[in-house]
Design a binder for this molecule. Structure first.
Ligand code: GDD
Ligand code: MN
Length: 411
């Protein structure tokens, strides 16, 4: 357990009219931090293993008891830890209550943030000040049971990047939530699945505000969340490969109110759209779209040349043209679009290339079938049939192709 977590208050003169003074052991515990977003960075210190952030706003009635429970649970894990309360200058002086506990128990830090608000950015602020190799977040109102922290710490073996406490795995759940609240929560998840299947679909409880993440997974990610959903941001922008999940039951609040307001639902939509559009700025997606266009063009040109110029029959021409398109897609994606993507050896690479061939080959077969039906039953011209079938099948082939092969390509 580390006991050098505290930076003396005197180093952060607080112009605010608080009657804090250097000799006041409680407020000496409080680190004043501004609203400017700081990078998380790779450098923790070798002493601290786990840094658990507790974001608070008006939780004076809950924070004292919670910090004591968390401190006991983490001590029992044997891990070197620090607890970091990030309070957005709560009118009920939650930071002061937390500082009182911090003056009694080692390994607790209190950041009093001014000039910014929001749960997710408060968490990132805490991570930016953290020293641990593993970063985490738990709510400050006691609705996330502290004892589950021990399960998450145990789940963070060397191969796990993120350990999530989930309400939607066996043994998980919520206490007495109204039908409306369940509907809203599930509805939000369904919308997330629709817009960000590759991200939201990776965990059973993407709305969970209770998880641990390996520092180097987020150290260089440019996290830029809106509102509450910090896990979504980590899954979408972090380099997350392996996720572990542990069950928990979301408890009723002992004191105080949830800070969730209608604005948070709009914030969630904005967050989804921001993550949805983020890849458009990404080079991989631009290359992906370019390769798709080149492959389609080659497909059409080869078809025209064989069918029109060489006079080969419709199906054979379309088959050869389609195969040319597939081989081009495979080669260009592997050598250009996803150049440098980590693969787990040659087997993995061959598995991917075969996966593309089988996926797109199956759809090519579907396309040939469609062309014949369009020409023989609906009396479309061969060229028109070729184009209609190509347009109809292409979206499916890329959805399937990217699912089967380029798992790294998400949103
Ligand atoms: N620093 C800071 N700034 N903390 C905040 C802010 C803020 O602006 N808003 C809320 N918090 C703190 C609260 O004080 C509490 O400790 C925690 O964040 C969660 O806030 P609640 O308002 O209690 O959220 P909830 O219970 O409705 O929803 C929680 O659980 C859901 C299910 O896991 C949140 O964690 C949601 O993100 C999560 O989806
Ligand atoms: Mn809550």
């Amino acid at each position: 357990m580390t006991d050098d977590a505290v930076v003396p208050h005197s180093e952060h003169p607080d112009p605010a009219s608080d009657t804090t003074s250097d000799e006041d052991p409680v407020n000496a515990q409080v680190e004043q931090v501004g609203g400017r977003a700081l990078p998380i960075g790779t450098a923790g210190d070798s002493l601290t293993e786990v840094s658990l952030v507790v974001p608070t706003f008006n939780e004076a009635a809950n924070i004292g008891h919670l910090l004591c429970s968390l401190h006991a649970v983490l001590t029992r894990t044997g891990a070197a830890f620090e607890l970091i309360v990030v309070d957005d200058d709560s009118p009920d002086r939650t930071w002061e209550v937390a500082a009182a506990v911090a003056s009694e128990l080692p390994g607790i830090r209190v950041l009093r943030r001014t000039g910014a608000s929001g749960l997710a950015t408060a968490v990132i602020c805490g991570w930016a000040h953290a020293r641990g190799a593993v970063l985490g977040v738990i709510d400050g109102d006691g609705q996330h049971p502290p004892e589950v922290v021990a399960d998450l710490v145990a789940a963070m073996d060397e191969r796990t990047d993120v350990a999530v406490a989930s309400r939607h795995v066996p043994g998980g759940g919520v206490s007495n939530w109204s039908a409306i609240r369940r509907l809203l929560s599930r509805g939000a998840q369904a919308l997330g699945l629709l817009l960000l299947p590759g991200t939201v679909g990776r965990v059973t409880d993407p709305m969970s505000g209770f998880f641990l993440v390996r520092r180097d997974v987020v150290a260089t990610a440019d996290l830029d969340p809106v509102g509450y959903k910090i896990l979504l941001e980590v899954l979408a922008r972090g380099d997350v490969r392996r996720v572990a999940e542990r069950p928990y039951v979301f408890l009723e609040r002992a004191e105080g109110e949830s800070k969730v307001a209608a604005g948070h639902y709009v914030g969630y939509l904005r967050h989804l759209m921001r993550l949805r559009l983020h890849p458009l700025r990404s080079q991989a997606l631009v290359r992906y779209l370019l390769v798709t266009a080149v492959a389609l063009l080659a497909d059409a040109i080869v078809f025209l040349w064989i069918f029109d110029r060489q006079g080969w029959n419709l199906t054979r021409s379309a088959a050869i043209a389609g195969e040319v398109g597939i081989l081009l897609t495979v080669a260009l994606h592997d050598l250009w679009t996803f150049a440098g993507r980590a693969t787990r050896g040659t087997i993995d690479r061959i598995r991917r290339l075969l996966g593309v061939q089988i996926a797109l080959g199956t759809l090519l077969f579907g396309r040939l079938l469609a062309i014949n039906v369009l020409v023989n039953w609906f009396h479309l011209g061969p060229l028109a049939a070729f184009c209609v079938a190509l347009a109809a099948i292409t979206p499916a082939s890329h959805l399937l192709g990217s699912r089967l092969t380029w798992r790294g390509v998400r949103p």
